[in-house]
Design a protein around this ligand. Structure first.
Ligand code: BGC
Ligand code: CA
Length: 348
């Protein structure tokens, strides 16, 4: 890989950068050369799914790199600001990172980051928050690792349909329709928009009659979901028969609301999530969440590590299974109480 700056220059910048407060990452600052630096920039460090994905990335990278190579991972949290992330990417490139893994804050606004990476010839592996195809086409040093949002929503709908068809208790008021609410992720996030659409599509395809009571945006966040759910419960009370959450954290937030408002368990509606985070899987195990859809963080982290190492070594990229050009999409999987233990073991 050709680089415009020398290692020595990078080390100088690193020494200076090490003096700056960098949000808890200071101990990761490189001080010697001979190692390979991977910069990771992600949209928000309060995101449960991404924290679990990044833990898996670090450990798989270590397992895969072999004795001939040493990688150092430097992580930056954008705290929800694209401008902050642009600056962090600049800083990571100046610090001598050979590869970047970027989880965009605003997936529609990667142009500054792409320009910086291309000028400095630092490849980017985007992950989880998918840039639009035209942006990914801008340079052949750009990759994406994620999953197909359609599939996750559709599977969530199938899980809900399976339960509704077999358990007549779900339709509490016995009117032949399922009254439901949706807890949505972020506005503009591919996984939020598409999951909400396809979950309803799957239920309708199965001939289930639905009545949408309302929806609330809770930005993937458990506390926000709890708060929004309290509002929904205040408005609709026991009319709510089904809660469809775009992710597990929001499904758990919905349950928190019922607990807080002192509902008895028998009065809870059925709740479905997506992700299979540790807490989500445990809630499925405890029958608090009726089911979830596994967002394969180990598979995604593994693909990121494989691409990063291949780029660093300058070989092995042909072993990565790209579905479309430079993009890897890992399949989702349905999780119920019947198979949850398998997933609890997988996400060590
Ligand atoms: C996950 C969410 C996560 C979001 C972050 C989604 O794919 O399901 O849990 O908050 O990505 O971008
Ligand atoms: Ca009903």
């Amino acid at each position: 890989m050709k680089r415009k700056r020398t290692r020595a220059a990078a080390a100088g910048i690193l020494a200076a950068a090490a003096l700056l407060p960098l949000g808890g990452c200071a101990k990761e600052e490189p001080e010697a050369s001979g190692k390979n630096y991977i910069g990771v920039a992600y949209y928000n460090q309060s995101d449960t799914f991404l924290n679990e994905l990044l833990d898996s990335f670090r450990s798989q990278l270590k397992d895969m790199q072999g004795g001939d190579m040493e990688t150092v991972v430097m992580v930056r949290d954008a705290a929800g600001s694209q401008r902050t992330q642009d600056d962090q990417v600049k800083e990571l490139i100046s610090a001598g990172c050979d590869i970047l893994c970027v989880n965009l804050v605003d997936r529609a606004d990667p142009s500054e980051i792409i320009d910086l990476a291309r000028e400095n010839e630092v490849p980017i592996i985007f992950f989880n928050r998918e840039p639009v195809a035209e942006d990914l086409m801008q340079w052949d040093g750009l990759y994406y690792v994620g999953a197909e949002a359609e599939q996750s929503g559709y599977m969530q709908g199938e899980l809900a349909a399976d339960l509704i068809e077999t358990d007549s208790q779900v339709d509490r008021n016995r009117d032949g329709k399922i009254q439901y609410v949706v807890l949505e992720g972020e506005v503009g996030h591919q996984d939020a928009i598409i999951r909400t659409e396809t979950v309803v599509e799957a239920l309708t395809d199965r001939g289930i009659e639905l009545e949408k009571l309302s929806y609330q945006i809770a930005n993937w966040n458990r506390a926000q979901a709890e708060n929004r759910m309290e509002q929904l419960i205040g408005q609709y009370g026991s009319q709510i028969e089904l809660v469809l959450a775009n992710n597990d954290d929001m499904a758990l937030g919905a349950l928190d609301a019922y607990k807080n408002m002192n509902y008895t368990e028998a009065a809870y509606p059925v709740v479905f999530g997506i992700d299979g985070t540790k807490a989500g899987l445990e809630a499925v195990m405890d029958s608090e969440i009726a089911g979830t859809v596994y967002n394969d963080k180990e598979g995604q982290a593994g693909a990121m590590a494989r691409i990063a190492l291949a780029l660093l070594r300058g070989e092995g990229l042909e072993d990565v299974e790209f579905q479309s050009e430079r993009c890897v999409y890992l399949p989702y999987e349905k999780v119920t109480k019947g198979n949850v233990s398998e997933y609890l073991m997988r996400s060590r």
